[in-house]
Ligand binder design. Sequence first.
Ligand SMILES: Cc1cc2nc3c(=O)[nH]c(=O)nc-3n(C[C@H](O)[C@H](O)[C@H](O)COP(=O)(O)OP(=O)(O)OC[C@H]3O[C@@H](n4cnc5c(N)ncnc54)[C@H](O)[C@@H]3O)c2cc1C
Length: 369
Amino acid sequence: MNAPLNPIVLARLDKADPSRNPARLREIPYNYTSFSDREIVMRVLGQEGWELVSELRGERKTGRSARMLYEVLGDIWAVSRNPYLQDDLLDNPKRRRQLIQALHHRLGEIDRRRDQEASEASSDANAVLGISRDQKVARLLTLARQAVTRFDASFDETGKLRRQVRRILGRITAADNIKFDGLSRVSHVTDATDWRVEYPFVVLTPDTEQEMAALVKGCIEAGLTIIPRGGGTGYTGGAVPLTARSAVINTEKLETLGPVEVGPLPGVDGQVATIFSGAGVVTRRVSDAADAAGLVFAVDPTSADASCIGGNIAMNAGGKKAVLWGTAIDNLAWWRMVDPQGDWLEVTRIGHGLGKIHDAEFAECELAW
Ligand SMILES: Cc1cc2nc3c(=O)[nH]c(=O)nc-3n(C[C@H](O)[C@H](O)[C@H](O)COP(=O)(O)OP(=O)(O)OC[C@H]3O[C@@H](n4cnc5c(N)ncnc54)[C@H](O)[C@@H]3O)c2cc1C
């Protein structure tokens, strides 16, 4: 929850009149995440909610009502950041109903106290300045009730969309490759940045490359944002879901790796060594294959034991050998990919320079759909 307060600060706290004590840095309970109170209030209640909370907090009169509101926010937040709790509540409608009732009950208590305060107060100093304190609390309660209603509705929406995704994608890939479970979603929430924004809605782990085009089309049909993922070692957050309606396509099973072959390339004099690799092959395996053939694989990021060839290409990864032989895209002779519309695209490079690409060479590709 909240970080323990320093003993010196604790000793200075006014126990007789807690309202005289400085506000804690984080007042929303059950928040074990890196999100601040501000971020949580903004996400659950919106910008207006945060402004109202800040204004009321500044008045230091809110005490018990504020704590109850923070508990409501804390409950919503804890569940929305914990896929295991979400699954539990999806599986137990009764428990879910009890939680929603408890949230509404707390908001009802705040409302009751607000009524009481309003009838006791003969005049409200804030009313002179504009919107009264009572009106602010009332508006905050409206926003909080809407948030609880949205939270409640999100379970039915999730259940419905899961069924739809299973129906659409179940025709394309094995049922086990469509993963909604907590562990799969937790393991695909971030990459090496450790930046966390949203959990993916679903994680897909296709068995073959052939499934990929139809999977992309299926995700588009289901309204999901697609995020391909290799080893998850990226340092730019490219594999981090930014929307709760996203599908991470994990390519780890696409690990076809051919032998090192020596032969001609279009527009290149002489024989060139190449290797065919699936998107999910771990970079180290390609380096080892090149080594075994007495060659060097130029793409050598320090993450080679965990990164994948697809991720290397998407990030144009390189390492210390890049100075001599360029980075990932400089070392591609041919590739096949699915475009964002879900169509296959094949690209063959003509007149490979066998080194760092220079601008003039870039145009020399043959595209085939
Ligand atoms: C310890 C460490 C050392 C590193 N050292 C280097 C280094 O020396 N040089 C260097 O360049 N980088 C380095 N990196 C960064 C990272 O390893 C590389 O960018 C690597 O290429 C990412 O590969 P990945 O498979 O892990 O990709 P991911 O992290 O899974 O994905 C990275 C991006 O590529 C996209 N992507 C992944 N697979 C596909 C696919 N099949 N089709 C389309 N898009 C895809 C993702 O959507 C995402 O946007 C390092 C990272 C770490 C953690």
